[in-house]
Design a protein around this ligand. Sequence first.
Ligand SMILES: [Zn+2]
Ligand SMILES: [Zn+2]
Length: 345
Amino acid sequence: MIDADNEKSRLVDGLLRDKRGFWQPERGTAPPSPLFAWPPRPTEAFKWLFGFPGYLFPWNVIYMVIAMLTWNYLQPPLSQCVDFQASWIFAIYVRNQVMLVIIVSAWHLRLWSFKSQGFKFKYTSDWMATGKRKFLWNNQLYDNVFWSCVSGGTIWTAYEVLMLWAYANKIIPYIDWRQKPVYFLVMLCSIQMWRLFHFYWVHRLLHWRLLYKAGHYLHHKNINIGPWSGLAMHPIEHILYFSCILIHWVVPSHPIHMLMNAHHAAFTPAQGHVGFEKLTISGNYSVPAASYFHQLHHRYFECNYGENDLPFDMWFGTYHDGSTEAHTQMREKRRSKHNILTEAD
Ligand SMILES: [Zn+2]
Ligand SMILES: [Zn+2]
């Protein structure tokens, strides 16, 4: 696949970059999930679900383990959460902020500070911006950390606190994993799918002109995205984005499900925005890292509102796989709509 802007491409650090320094993976975006293929492709769907890398392995299972460890070792007992008291709320707030800083920094330090793999698999040829007035303190990294922690960490914690209080007071439906182990496991594995569903619709809503101007513009200041850009959102966006947690008011669940849902929303944006197609583990061995699909959303704004694991964009005509054909289609659609948003590049 060749990018539409690639006429003046040049080789930089072993990667062919277009005139603006963007690199496109040879295969374009990850293909849509075979789980939703028609006619059905059951063998491929099975491999996609249980293979490596796939839907569950490695990242989803890692987030499940983090949620279980949190519940077992870093969680005040539910009996303490019956009333809103500063002691347990503060403990959860500190816990969440520490976890957020550790996980996002792990990505950032390795790839963006220590530059452990240089520009290998890097989508852009820039590092975090400095001296740009559109960012707080004229510094993209400081700006991104501020919005992620001060707004993101706080609103995420507020939702979690509300949920724990509701579990403790038996207001919302609770299940015990020992009584319903199969339901517990299926529910745990389904959370990413729910998140993809919720994210797509919330994101479409955020691109409605009024909400875009009120809040989502802030996330889109980041064209060249890094791990801290993932959760760099306006409080309005954080309120909508983390509302995925509210599903547990109606769907019976254990607090581990709620934590997994919240963690998935809080931690996966760092990975999705990491800016590198692959993470090199050693030598030539690498594992998938960022979402090139979402990278294209930050570059072009009006495509790829969701992720290819739940291919709403393909079904609703906003799909961009990085190919010249997809690019031409998007431009034609944009011309006909007279949209106010302009292309980033
Ligand atoms: Zn984004
Ligand atoms: Zn957007």
